[in-house]
Design a protein around this ligand. Structure first.
Ligand SMILES: [Fe+2]
Length: 222
């Protein structure tokens, strides 16, 4: 926990870097994350998962390697970077889906026929940089992660949140939510809560189709 006001710091990121960066998509990063949050809320996601959708790509701006460098071919590990940055204020219900949302893409490319082909060109491009579809062993490890389902839900909203015509609530709509979650986390830490947090929310969607997609194409250069 830090004394900096998370809502102000995050709002500034949305208004500055987030409003400028497109990273290969037809919407800005701020628009993209706001759309993901709106999709999460529309799907009935809980507060932490909605916040995870809202904040899932902040690692493009907060990590040591930028989103620009990712688009130039260098993996910026923005899931991990974003999760580490957000952990100063938020618990694992927010940070773990953020951390795993790239792994979720790699997982779905491996197990769900047609998923890779439906990715946006930018997302398909970064997939190669991020390690390509998971191996069979990697999918087994991912499925054993208690945050697997939450990460997959964020991933679905992530993939759908690239509509240049969408009208969604602005960042200010989520200020009370973020403030409440940060306060809740501060109280948990004050009580001596460990890093594990509560179990993830139950899934609202069926799990991804099991079994490796034998026809899932492997991208060149992996
Ligand atoms: Fe995203």
């Amino acid at each position: 926990m830090t004394t900096a006001d998370p809502v102000r710091v995050i709002a500034d990121l949305f208004a500055a870097e987030g409003a400028r960066e497109y990273l290969g998509e037809p919407v800005t990063q701020a628009e993209h994350m706001l759309q993901a949050a709106a999709l999460a809320e529309a799907a009935g996601a809980g507060q932490e998962l909605t916040a995870a959708a809202l904040l899932h790509d902040l690692g493009h701006f907060t990590g040591p390697v930028s989103g620009h460098e990712l688009m130039e071919g260098r993996d910026n590990r923005h899931g991990e970077a974003g999760a580490a940055w957000l952990a100063r204020w938020f618990g694992p219900g927010v940070t773990e889906p953020v951390r795993l949302h790239v792994a979720a893409k790699r997982y779905l490319c491996a197990v769900e026929p047609g998923y890779l082909a439906a990715l946006s060109p930018a997302s398909a491009y970064t997939l190669r940089i991020q390690g390509g579809p998971m191996s069979r062993a990697e999918t087994a490890v991912f499925e054993g992660n208690p945050w697997c389902t939450a990460a997959l839900r964020v991933r679905r909203w992530d993939d759908a949140a690239k509509d240049p015509a969408a009208t969604v609530p602005a960042f200010g709509y989520y200020r009370p939510l973020l403030r409440q979650l940060a306060l809740q986390r501060a109280r948990e830490l004050a009580r001596g809560a460990g890093p594990g947090g509560r179990p993830p929310e139950p899934p609202a969607h069926p799990p991804a189709r099991r079994g490796h997609a034998s026809g899932a194409p492997r991208l060149a250069g992996e």
